[in-house]
Design a protein around this ligand. Structure first.
Ligand code: IMP
Length: 184
């Protein structure tokens, strides 16, 4: 497939099982309410598609895109919203869907921006969580899998825009960072 060696970390069947568990938990927590689901592009697109179809609560969907300028695999902290939410946030139950929380800088920035629009509530559902790598304190409300270090691809997550399409989750050894500026 490419020069990077990769090994499977979570299979598609384990992913499907966990996504259903998260969807059940979210459906219980928001029973009788309508949620505004906001996916963080691009990495969350597959997770979000699976999650909303497994939930039993009514939702509207929108997307946001944040870019972290700077070289390397980590957020530089200089984060800019390059595609904003189109739907009204005020007074809504907002659930942000993210592929992975790493340093926490991206979600911290997005949360702070969206909170200014006075949602009724705001929570985060992250498919993956690399807890040990935080640069700012950040706790997601729903987490699919907690990971240690390692660069993860597949199920929407990329390395230099490759691998998003893979149905399973892999950890790759890259030697060097593959995330260029702008990737999320
Ligand atoms: P944070 O601001 O450091 O939390 O960065 C979160 C973003 O970094 C995610 O939305 C991903 O786009 C990217 N990212 C961090 N770790 C990985 C990884 O292991 N694989 C793919 N993307 C990653």
């Amino acid at each position: 497939m490419s020069a990077q060696s990769k090994e499977i970390l979570v299979s598609r069947s384990d992913i499907a099982r966990r996504v259903q568990e998260l969807a059940d938990e979210i459906s219980r927590d928001y029973a009788g309410e309508e949620i505004l689901i906001i996916g963080v592009l691009k990495g969350a697109f597959i997770f979000m598609a699976d999650l909303v179809r497994s939930m039993s609560v009514s939702c509207q969907t929108d997307f946001i895109r944040a870019t972290s300028y700077g070289a390397g695999s980590e957020s530089s902290g200089n984060i800019v919203i390059t595609k904003d939410v189109d739907l009204e946030v005020k007074g809504r139950h907002v659930l942000i869907i993210e592929d992975i929380v790493d340093t926490g800088l991206t979600l911290r920035h997005i949360m702070d921006k969206l909170k200014l629009r006075q949602p009724k509530s705001i929570k985060v559902c992250a498919f993956l969580d690399k807890r040990k790598r935080r640069k700012v304190p950040f706790e997601a409300d729903y987490v699919g899998f907690t990971m240690d270090d390692g660069f993860i691809v597949g199920y929407g997550l990329d390395f230099g825009e490759q691998y998003r399409f893979l149905p399973d989750l892999y950890v790759i050894s890259t030697g060097e960072d593959g995330k260029k500026e702008g990737d999320q």
